[in-house]
Write a protein that binds this ligand. Structure first.
Ligand code: HEC
Ligand code: HEC
Length: 186
């Protein structure tokens, strides 16, 4: 838990410089959340504070007391969204334990960016399994930022001489989501 918080914060900080438009990670409920939360403040409040589901629930009640206009239904959608995409629970409720979770946002990203052609959760294919990556860096606080940079620009030498190609099309938010997910597979 502590590690994941550090990982998310470190990565968010290292990517902050490159972050231009004020948008949240796309997913079910993202637009509603943006619209409601931007009424009073920057979305940065959401990005820099990964909270557990329970903490997000408290935060949303607090925001409503401060005047955020949300029906109970809207609040439930926003809570699901924040807990899944800006949570620090060990595994978000929808996270797949295998990579075969078709509708899952992480699985979609892995497929869309061809990661799944070379990586699986538990077995080496062309690259290391995500489980062994998570285990290798379990107590390495700087790992998230380094891995994010490496996935974006590609590289070799950490696991062997086979190179990983660059993935320049990944947005910062997608990268954050993927690396956070990989590192929590330990
Ligand atoms: C009616 C105004 C208002 C709306 C709408 C609003 N907030 Fe806030 N929020 C505040 C105020 C006031 C603060 C405290 C002052 C500050 O830090 O800017 C705050 C602070 C926060 C913080 C920092 C932690 C804290 O408790 O100080 C988070 C996280 C947060 N808001 C999340 C949200 C989310 C998520 C939404 C959308 C569902 C939202 N806010 C919508 C007024 C609002
Ligand atoms: C064409 C095959 C290929 C694709 C596509 C690919 N990888 Fe890799 N990946 C590798 C190889 C090979 C390595 C080992 C590189 C090394 O030894 O440093 C690796 C290593 C990694 C590592 C560990 C890096 C380290 O330094 O320990 C992570 C994390 C990773 N990949 C994530 C991803 C993600 C996320 C994607 C999709 C955006 C992806 N990979 C796409 C082949 C691939």
């Amino acid at each position: 838990m502590k590690l994941e918080l550090g990982v998310a914060l470190g990565l968010a900080a290292s990517l902050a410089a490159a972050q231009a438009p004020d948008k949240l990670v796309s997913g079910p409920g993202a637009t509603l959340t943006e619209n409601k939360c931007k009424i009073c403040h920057e979305l940065e409040h959401i990005r820099r504070t990964p909270l557990s589901r329970g903490e997000w629930a408290d935060n949303l009640k607090n925001m409503r007391e401060r005047g955020a206009p949300m029906t109970d239904e809207e609040m439930a959608v926003i809570l699901d969204y924040l807990a899944a995409y800006y949570g620090r629970d060990p595994a978000p409720p929808a996270a797949p334990d295998t990579l075969a979770g078709g509708g899952d946002p992480v699985a979609r990203l892995l497929d869309a960016h061809a990661c799944s052609g070379c990586h699986t959760l538990d077995q080496r294919v062309v690259g290391p399994s995500f489980r062994e990556v998570a285990q290798r860096y379990a107590s390495d606080a700087g790992a998230a930022a380094r891995l994010a940079a490496k996935v974006r620009s590609g590289g070799q030498g950490a696991w062997g001489q086979v190179p990983m190609p660059p993935a320049p099309a990944l947005s910062d938010d997608e990268l954050l989501t993927l690396i956070g997910w990989v590192l929590s597979r330990k």
